[in-house]
Design a protein around this ligand. Structure first.
Ligand SMILES: *[C@@H]1O[C@H](CO)[C@@H](O)[C@H](O)[C@H]1NC(C)=O
Ligand SMILES: *[C@@H]1O[C@H](CO)[C@@H](O)[C@H](O)[C@H]1NC(C)=O
Ligand SMILES: *[C@@H]1O[C@H](CO)[C@@H](O)[C@H](O)[C@H]1NC(C)=O
Ligand SMILES: *[C@@H]1O[C@H](CO)[C@@H](O)[C@H](O)[C@H]1NC(C)=O
Ligand SMILES: *[C@@H]1O[C@H](CO)[C@@H](O)[C@H](O)[C@H]1NC(C)=O
Ligand SMILES: *[C@@H]1O[C@H](CO)[C@@H](O)[C@H](O)[C@H]1NC(C)=O
Ligand SMILES: *[C@@H]1O[C@H](CO)[C@@H](O)[C@H](O)[C@H]1NC(C)=O
Ligand SMILES: *[C@@H]1O[C@H](CO)[C@@H](O)[C@H](O)[C@H]1NC(C)=O
Ligand SMILES: *[C@@H]1O[C@H](CO)[C@@H](O)[C@H](O)[C@H]1NC(C)=O
Ligand SMILES: *[C@@H]1O[C@H](CO)[C@@H](O)[C@H](O)[C@H]1NC(C)=O
Ligand SMILES: *[C@@H]1O[C@H](CO)[C@@H](O)[C@H](O)[C@H]1NC(C)=O
Length: 491
């Protein structure tokens, strides 16, 4: 299991140093020559691979995998062993190192074939495609001594669970461009079980690491694979731009898998999340942007995010959340065509005094609840703080939120919007809502400090805080009690 960072022969066999004595006085010349040899070898090897394939036309060959980059490697080229026991960190690192030299010529692809590829954390590089074939499983080493510690995220000040440094992620990237993680539904499995247990037993001194974390990067695509059993959050794009997450399966146990959020867009802009199935032990999706005074100082919002065509499940938390860490602001989020089933909560906004910033221009469309306890939630007293240094007067602003075509059945509390005098919820719109309920009809559309409107007929009957309009948009009845409070957490 133990490995060192000493380069193994496979990568260095191309090194001409041993056979050329003292001919080269300058390291620069030697280095240039070394790279010429390496590149020639790569191209010859690639051509041979393709040619060999064509010439021999073996009747039974490995299916050729789609090629997204001019050069493709097989993880086994770097000495990896897919037996689920050998630790292959070095093979991944060598592959990434090779690809990091190919950026100018379109980058490189690393194919992970069928097998169980145990590895410690490793970093990606720009212009790279990581392709996981069918039945390929990347398994994270679950012994924390393999996991490097990294500084806290600047917008959190802390490692979320413990002060000070945090564990990095299994698959990590920083300051990258043009990265693709995809495949024929191969799997990245964080083997979180040991982490969850040690977290609950309070044996960890640092915050657990996410499964995949990409930071300060742009033009990222993650698609067509399965992610499961993360030690902590599953997929964490942090301060990124132009991220597409498509056709994914994200799985963790529904209980006793603490903080296994599915996807946490954090201070990101221009993101698309679509066509995926997420069933996890915390929020399926949680849009964030930093924590209290640290997030306010960092000041990077999450915005322009489109989430659509998902089926999600969360028994502990919620399907789609915004917050509670949102101190850089969250705006222009659309959530549409989402089914939330057998869950505790469906769509939730959570924040608290101390967060500052705003949540605005949020649109929910065509959301279906199937057997959920609480459908729509806005909670403004989610009082979890990094330390006592937050400003209790930093009130977030919450406004311009619309719920259109909300349907479903088996819902206990369809709506609970709990604003306060300090954090009122402004300009909420409901239009076309009919939800089958499982409880008495009174006090199930719960409101406090909410202003806004209901357009057309909706079921169940809305709270009195909202103005009523007909289908044509004509005011029927103006509310006189936007600050009335009818909240009951016991239902
Ligand atoms: C990768 O290498 C392994 C072992 O040599 C082989 O079984 C597999 O078919 C290769 N995959 C591709 C896509 O070349
Ligand atoms: C990945 O890169 C970051 C930033 O350079 C570094 O802090 C971290 O230790 C690296 N992780 C691994 C596993 O090498
Ligand atoms: C989704 O990914 C799977 C492989 O994981 C592939 O078979 C399927 O065709 C993809 N679907 C779409 C719509 O991309
Ligand atoms: C991908 O694999 C997961 C986990 O095994 C499975 O639930 C899902 O249906 C598969 N997706 C496709 C498109 O085959
Ligand atoms: C946590 O700290 C304690 C006390 O310093 C130490 O004994 C223990 O080994 C540490 N645990 C880990 C996982 O680093
Ligand atoms: C976003 O990233 C994708 C994938 O790398 C790329 O094709 C596209 O051009 C990028 N879009 C913008 C606006 O940069
Ligand atoms: C995902 O799979 C679908 C269907 O096979 C394919 O059209 C699409 O290009 C794949 N996406 C990526 C990035 O591999
Ligand atoms: C809002 O986000 C969408 C993506 O969901 C984007 O197309 C649109 O341009 C954004 N609107 C503004 C005003 O930035
Ligand atoms: C609403 O969302 C569901 C998925 O939850 C989808 O099947 C349906 O086509 C959507 N309806 C419209 C009108 O887009
Ligand atoms: C209320 O919110 C809607 C979007 O839901 C927006 O179009 C409208 O401009 C907002 N009204 C005010 C007065 O801000
Ligand atoms: C309701 O409370 C808000 C915030 O505290 C306040 O701005 C508003 O004037 C109040 N509205 C009424 C009708 O009292």
């Amino acid at each position: 299991m133990v490995e060192t960072l000493t380069p193994s022969p496979s990568i260095w066999r191309l090194n001409p140093r041993r056979s050329i004595p003292t001919l080269f006085t300058s390291y620069k010349t030697l280095f240039a020559l070394l790279w010429i040899v390496v590149f020639t070898s790569i191209f010859v090897w690639n051509r041979n691979f393709v040619d060999g394939f064509l010439i021999f036309r073996r009747p039974v060959t490995a299916r050729s995998l789609p090629r997204f980059r001019p050069v493709a490697f097989n993880l086994t080229d770097f000495g990896a062993v897919g037996d689920g026991v050998t630790v292959n960190t070095l093979a991944f690192e060598k592959a990434v190192f090779m690809i990091s030299k190919l950026g100018k010529s379109g980058g490189g692809q690393l194919n992970v074939p069928a097998g169980k590829w145990l590895t410690g954390p490793f970093n990606l590089t720009s212009h790279m495609t990581l392709f996981l074939d069918e039945d390929a499983v990347i398994l994270g080493v679950d012994d924390e001594t393999y996991w490097p510690l990294m500084p806290p995220l600047p917008s959190y000040g802390y490692g979320r669970e413990h002060p000070g440094p945090r564990y990095g992620s299994l698959i990590h990237g920083q300051n990258l461009r043009d990265v693709v993680i995809t495949g024929n539904n191969g799997t990245i499995d964080g083997q979180g079980q040991r982490w969850w247990k040690r977290y609950r037993q309070k044996l960890l001194n640092n915050t657990r690491g996410p499964l995949v974390q990409i930071m300060y990067s742009s033009d990222i695509v993650i698609s067509n694979i399965t992610l499961r059993n993360p030690p902590f959050w599953t997929l964490h794009p942090y301060d990124c731009k132009n991220v597409t997450i498509r056709n994914m399966t994200i799985l963790a146990p529904l209980f006793e898998a603490p903080n296994t959020d599915g996807i946490d867009p954090d201070s990101c802009e221009d993101m698309l999340i679509e066509d995926s199935y997420i069933s996890v032990g915390d929020d399926a999706i949680a849009i964030k942007s930093g924590w209290d005074q640290y997030g306010i100082a960092y000041g990077r919002p999450s915005k322009n995010i489109l989430i659509r065509n998902l089926v999600v499940r969360s028994m502990v938390s919620a399907g789609i959340s915004i917050g509670s860490e949102m101190s850089g602001g969250v705006s222009n989020v659309t959530v549409e065509n989402v089914l939330v089933w057998n869950s505790r909560r469906a769509v939730r906004i959570k924040t608290a005094a101390g967060r500052g910033a705003y949540i605005r221009d949020i649109k929910y469309k065509n959301i279906t609840f199937e057997n959920v306890r609480v459908g729509i939630i806005i909670k403004t007293d989610y009082n979890e703080h990094p330390d006592a240094g937050f400003d209790p007067k930093a009130f977030p602003e919450i406004r311009d939120i619309s719920y259109t075509s909300i349907h479903g059945e088996g819902v206990r509390v369809p709506v609970r919007i709990h604003g306060s005098a300090d954090i009122p919820v402004r300009n909420v719109t409901f239009r076309d809502m009919s939800v089958g309920i499982t409880y008495k009809k009174k006090h199930i559309f719960q409101c406090a400090y909410v202003s806004g409107r209901v357009i057309g007929s909706i079921f169940p009957k809305p709270c009195e805080n909202l103005d009523l309009y007909d289908e044509q948009g004509t005011l029927v009845k103006k509310s006189v009690s936007e600050n009335a409070s009818d909240i009951d957490y016991d239902i």
